[in-house]
Design a protein around this ligand. Structure first.
Ligand SMILES: Cc1cc2nc3c(=O)[nH]c(=O)nc-3n(C[C@H](O)[C@H](O)[C@H](O)COP(=O)(O)OP(=O)(O)OC[C@H]3O[C@@H](n4cnc5c(N)ncnc54)[C@H](O)[C@@H]3O)c2cc1C
Length: 457
């Protein structure tokens, strides 16, 4: 039946890249089909079963080199497992892309209602680990700043901290809400647990005609918006015979540190991860440092690498005194995606050097904040911001169009450089702007700034 249907727009993916454009097109009365590889997980979200929202339970999804790659395969995409931190589009990313989507970012923030967390989420007592670290960082001249969140703090359960396994209280805003609205209110059709295998092209007319699903069904549509994420979108293009994408891959790898406080009341027990961050190294060294709650950090240290597990399992009885920080690096784009969506992600000497610098700073903050120096161990190279694989300026123009007139790409893959900070708001803003370009409510030239990636497109 589906093969006979003809949709005006087929949107592939329901994360920050796909959901806003799908909603706005449906709202404007367009006939929209949304195709999502993941299921609509409703139950057993949060700790411990929420890991199934991530590809290969997140710990088993690794690059050839062993780097852990996290991505959500579920309705709502990786926003279902994100931490909910909100960063405005940076000058760096707007400059590199040459198109201004900051007005859309402001509209989205206003509509969702973004704010930082009240103190109870990171202050469990006068001596709590994070407050000591915050004081130490201040004295070192690298202060923590409170982070804005896509979290409704009235609904959020204090002490839960399982945002990254799906929010059990639905307090975290995710792009699933846009999909629900597009389907429930505006009549978009959603196919779940349905993976797109490849695109169907008419090469003579230089157009895409539809998509082929993994079960062989072909669905036709007027235009296709590819928003399957930094790994999924190049995977689909590569399987479709568009062989030049998928190179230059980045994913903002992290190192996570966990230690034990000297003080009985010094742990980050029941504290929210990433309530605060040190952003002062972003320009100079390309990393940021964030705080990480005790229980979740200890669990992660015991799940991913045997060596790190051995350094941490015995700390279980002391976990309430646990202290955590992470260092997130905007690394060089030396990676590749293959047609089967496996990845290669080598780190450059420059990445290793900058990460070491970040780890040294974070260790010093932990020790000054009360951590026993010998108790600190590090889990290296895990990340969840895949992008850069269908770069704007090379494969996609500033209207998100590809060489095929009716094929758009709009997700993290179009970033020409790593934003170096949580990118969801920027991706959602791009997607909302794309809907305006398509609907003709904004003239594309009115948003162009300079040249994309230094090249006129
Ligand atoms: C643990 C973690 C924490 C994070 N924390 C933050 C944070 O605090 N703040 C922030 O801004 N960002 C955060 N991020 C990053 C953010 O979630 C991603 O950058 C963002 O979701 C990427 O959006 P996207 O649309 O490019 O891809 P995705 O969100 O990954 O969406 C792609 C969608 O396409 C679907 N798909 C893939 N292949 C196919 C196919 N063949 N057919 C059909 N559908 C397909 C996927 O299932 C998925 O639903 C975090 C990420 C992780 C993993």
């Amino acid at each position: 039946m589906l093969a006979d249907q003809s949709y005006e727009y087929i949107v592939i993916g329901t994360g920050p890249g796909g959901a806003p454009v799908a909603l706005e097109l449906a709202k404007a009365g367009k006939k929209v089909l949304i195709i999502e590889k993941g299921a609509y997980h409703r139950r057993m979200i949060g700790f411990p079963f929420g890991a199934r929202l991530s590809e290969r339970f997140f710990v088993f999804n690794r690059s050839r080199e062993g780097v852990v790659m996290e991505r959500g395969i579920t309705v709502g995409g990786s926003s279902m497992i994100y931490q909910g931190n909100v960063f405005d589009p940076s000058k760096k990313i707007i400059g590199a892309m040459g198109v201004d989507f900051r007005p859309e970012a402001a509209e989205i923030k206003k509509a969702i209602g973004v704010k930082s967390l009240p103190e109870r989420f990171y202050q469990n007592g006068p001596g709590s680990g994070f407050l000591r670290m915050r004081e130490a960082a201040e004295k070192m001249g690298t202060p923590f700043t409170a982070q804005d969140k896509f979290v409704d703090t009235d609904r959020c359960e204090h002490g839960c901290d399982w945002c990254m396994l799906g929010c059990p209280k639905d307090a975290k805003w995710t792009t699933r809400r846009y999909i629900d609205e597009a389907v429930g209110k505006y009549g978009a059709v959603l196919l779940v647990s349905t993976a797109v295998k490849k695109l169907v092209f008419n090469r003579e007319r230089n157009r895409v005609e539809g998509v082929e699903l993994r079960n062989g069904t072909v669905v036709r549509g007027g235009s296709v918006i590819l928003a399957a994420g930094g790994i999924g979108s190049p995977g689909i293009l590569l399987r479709s015979g568009v062989g030049y994408v998928g190179k230059r891959f980045f994913m903002d790898p992290m190192t996570i540190l966990f230690g034990i406080s000297r003080y009985k009341d010094g742990g980050q027990w029941k504290e929210q991860t990433f309530s605060h961050a040190i952003e002062s190294y972003a320009e100079s060294d390309g990393f940021m440092i964030g705080n990480s709650g005790a229980w979740g950090t200890w669990c992660v240290m015991n799940m991913v690498r045997p060596k790190v597990m051995l350094e941490n399992w015995y700390k279980g009885p002391m976990v309430k005194r646990g202290m955590g920080l992470f260092i997130k690096l905007a690394e060089d784009d030396l990676g590749e995606i293959y047609p089967n969506e496996r990845t290669s992600k080598p780190m450059s000497a420059n990445d290793i050097m900058r990460m070491k610098r970040g780890v040294d700073v974070a260790r010093e903050i932990m020790v000054r904040g009360g951590a026993k120096e010998k108790s600190i161990s590090a889990l290296k190279w895990a990340g969840g911001h895949p992008g850069g694989t269908i770069e704007m300026g090379r494969y996609v123009d500033r209207e998100f169009r590809t060489e095929f007139a009716n094929l758009y790409v709009c997700d993290a893959s179009v970033f020409p450089v790593s934003p170096g900070a949580p990118p969801s708001l920027s991706i959602m803003a791009m997607s909302r702007l794309l809907s305006k370009f398509i609907l003709g409510t904004v003239r594309p030239e009115s948003r162009f700034i300079g040249k994309v990636g230094g090249k006129a497109v």
